[in-house]
Design a binder for this molecule. Structure first.
Ligand code: UT7
Length: 325
């Protein structure tokens, strides 16, 4: 079996910034509540670009950084909860926009855990030799499925995309990776339901495609699973937390991150946090954070980092990565 590395990272967020004060003009909220309860100060909101547009821009940046042409990519896996269409996949729209016509394409639906799920799937393609150069994209335009009248949710989310090129490697690269789910908790975080509707069945209620969430239940799940997941990759690799330079968590709420740091006995700044600038961008949050860390020079070849995410389903995912560039 081959080993797999992240060869490059790229990201793109739409230029339009929506601040907490802007939101207070839409719903009954204020900067103080949003900042103290979540850590979020502002988020990017699409002014028309769809999920594949953001994903394609992030993908082009990742390809440039890996010095690859789009034709060299043989697989595109997109993690998203806000696809351009139910079918075809957002991956094929991205393929078409970047001209990667030699790539097999499909999407993964694992909510905020999606990027690490997609990394795992693409890594398996590479390990078996099915893929030589894969593009993994996390992209979301959550603003199109946000209920802009619900202050419980509309203050949390933002739009954005990140992409990674995966390649076979002589070094460890993705040293350990796991995905999980608990389907008993589906109702606590959903984005629209598709009831059976045909000449034989008339559903009582046709739901709109909007995010609906029980924030406290998600918070409870996230605070527990983040610790279990980190423990799992540490045990699997035999590394200790001291060996790990950064933990890059899904960017949902600063209080969840603070809680995890305290429980682990780690300094808060061991966790990379940029949710103050982007809010929760679901499947895009981890690759956007990674790209920012690379740009800031925080990651060097050989650094060990943990990526960890949780989200609707409930789902969770975790990876320990030995940085490759
Ligand atoms: O990617 C995974 C996605 N989701 C998450 O990670 C979310 C995890 N959960 C959370 O981040 C937090 O539960 C929230 C930030 C969503 C909410 O924070 P909380 O401390 O759990 O607040 P709460 O839901 O218990 O609400 C407290 C109060 C309520 O008022 P009452 O009933 O105490 O009078 C809410 O109505 O805050 C009120 N509230 C707001 N007030 C001002 C809720 N949203 C707002 C708001 N502005 N935007």
């Amino acid at each position: 079996m081959k080993q797999v590395k992240i060869a490059s990272i790229g990201s793109y967020v739409p230029p339009k910034i929506m601040t907490n004060d802007d939101l207070s003009k839409l719903v009954d909220t204020n900067d103080e509540w949003i900042t103290t309860r979540t850590g979020i100060k502002e988020r990017r909101i699409s002014e028309g670009e769809n999920t594949s547009d953001l994903g394609a821009k992030a993908a082009i940046k990742a390809l440039e950084k890996a010095s690859l042409t789009p034709e060299e990519i043989d697989l595109i896996v997109v993690a998203t909860s806000s696809p351009d269409a139910l079918s075809p996949s957002t991956a094929v729209y991205i393929q078409s926009k970047i001209g990667a016509f030699n790539a097999a394409c499909f999407d993964i639906s694992a909510a905020c855990s999606g990027f690490i799920y997609a990394l795992n799937v693409a890594a398996q393609f590479i390990k078996t030799g099915q893929s030589k150069k894969a593009l993994v994209v996390g992209a979301e335009v959550l603003s199109k499925v946000t209920d802009w009248t619900d202050r419980n949710t509309c203050v949390l989310f933002g739009d954005g995309a990140g992409a990674a090129v995966l390649m076979p490697s002589e070094e460890k690269g993705i040293a350990s990776i796991f995905n999980g789910a608990d389907g008993r908790k589906t109702e606590f975080l959903t984005l629209g339901c598709v009831p059976v509707k045909n000449p034989l069945v008339k559903p009582e209620k046709l739901e709109d495609f909007k995010i609906s969430m029980d924030g406290r239940e998600v918070f409870r799940f996230a605070s527990g699973i983040i610790l279990e997941a980190i423990d799992k990759v540490l045990k699997d690799t035999g590394y200790s937390l001291d060996d790990v330079k950064y933990i890059v968590p899904h960017q949902a709420n600063y209080r969840i991150i603070e809680f995890a740091a305290k429980k682990l006995g780690a300094a808060n700044d061991k966790f990379y946090v940029n949710l103050q600038n982007y809010g929760n961008t679901s499947a895009a949050s981890i690759p956007i954070a990674l790209d920012e860390m690379v740009e800031k020079g925080l990651l060097q070849k050989g650094d060990k980092i943990i990526l960890v995410a949780f989200g609707a389903g409930f789902t969770w995912s975790v990876a320990l990565v030995e940085w490759s560039f």
